[in-house]
Write a protein that binds this ligand. Structure first.
Ligand code: AHM
Ligand code: MG
Length: 335
């Protein structure tokens, strides 16, 4: 039952109580993310005032220009998770390789790994457009007491125990799931507290928004082009409306509330699209499915894909169930 004015802290405690054998480690982990989200929110909010906008001058693991705030958000999340000694390993979109977390007296006893994109959509930050953090949590599969290894990070999305995102938007929100539905919390910046504002979020089964970078249209596969044309046709409840922020978290968040589909397909420019399976697509797919939506690579559920490398990219179709099913139909027919 949701209580009026329930804070994220209270919500975490209540949910832990529902599982009498829980050790509280996942709760602590979510608490660490909550703290880091507030710190990054503070930095993002004052970005225009201090010398923190623009490029850091470095290139990340995927050969992309790192923004100063990418680096800062990466540090804050890693710091928060490391200080609390609750994870045994972290992989980040901004790091070349995964990081083993351990302290002298801990002896690799922690059971969770976290994968995250510290500041998604960061090319938007200089123009004051919403950006976000995306995170994904798995139980390690290698034995406790040994250092984590790559297979702990390369698990199919179906194995996630939690996933979520923070959207630094007109309000800052933290939305997450532990596999029992999706709940959204809005930050009251005056007192630095997240309140449950969107209990049990549900993806509408149908929608009228399609979100895709149409600038790449000529490079898209035929099935995707035909689906976009279908969205634009005057028939039944169409044409749909097109909305594309270019910030996955914000595009996803809007579509989950209003109903819609987000598409980042493969193209003749990049065979696997742009988005990263582990840091972006898997967590969003888990949230989408938990809210009654659907996420696929055009052929099969994203959550069933077995990852082969940390920074793997994959085509992404995510949103209202019937819209994603329709896009898959076009792809099956024309590709
Ligand atoms: P990033 O992780 O480097 O910020 O890139 C991911 C972002 C997503 O938020 C967004 O959906 C996509 O890139 C936009 O890409 P494009 O500019 O090609 O449309
Ligand atoms: Mg990203």
């Amino acid at each position: 039952m949701t209580k009026k004015n329930q804070t994220l802290g209270e919500f975490i405690i209540e949910n832990q109580k529902a599982f009498p054998y829980s050790t509280g480690e996942l709760s602590k982990l979510i608490n660490a993310i909550r703290l880091a989200a507030k710190v990054v929110n503070y930095e993002v909010n004052k970005a225009g005032l201090v010398d923190i906008l623009g490029s850091s001058g470095d290139i990340n693991a995927q050969g992309e220009d790192q923004q100063k705030l990418d680096v800062l958000a990466n540090e804050k999340f890693i710091q928060s998770l490391t200080n609390r000694e609750i994870v045994c390993g972290i992989a980040s979109e901004e790091e070349d390789d995964f990081v083993v977390i351990n302290s002298k007296d801990n002896n690799h006893q922690n059971k969770y790994v976290v994968l995250f994109d510290p500041l998604d959509g960061s090319s938007n930050i200089d123009v004051n457009v919403s950006v976000g953090t995306i995170f994904s949590v798995y139980r390690r599969i290698t034995p406790i007491g040994t250092p984590v290894s790559i297979e702990d990070f390369l698990q199919p999305g179906r194995q996630q125990v939690a996933a979520g995102y923070v959207v630094y938007g007109t309000s800052t929100m933290l939305v997450y799931t532990t596999g029992f539905g999706v709940n959204g919390f809005t930050l009251n910046p005056a007192i630095g507290t997240f309140y449950l504002s969107h209990p049990n979020m549900q993806y509408p089964k149908d929608g009228r928004i399609y979100s895709v970078n149409e600038g790449n249209y000529v490079h898209f596969p035929v099935g995707v082009k035909k689906y976009i044309k279908y969205c634009q046709e005057e028939e039944e409840d169409r044409p749909y409306t097109s909305r594309y922020i270019g910030s996955l978290v914000s595009d996803f968040h809007r579509n989950m509330i209003k109903g819609g589909i987000f598409i980042y397909p493969k193209s003749s420019l990049s065979n696997n699209g742009k988005l990263r399976l582990l840091y972006e697509c898997n967590p969003m797919a888990f949230i989408a499915e938990q809210a009654g939506g659907r996420a696929s690579d055009g052929y099969k559920p994203i959550l069933d894909v077995v990852p082969t490398e940390l920074h793997q990219r994959i085509p992404f179709f995510c949103g209202s169930e019937n819209m994603v099913a329709k896009a898959e139909e076009f792809i099956a027919k024309y590709n």
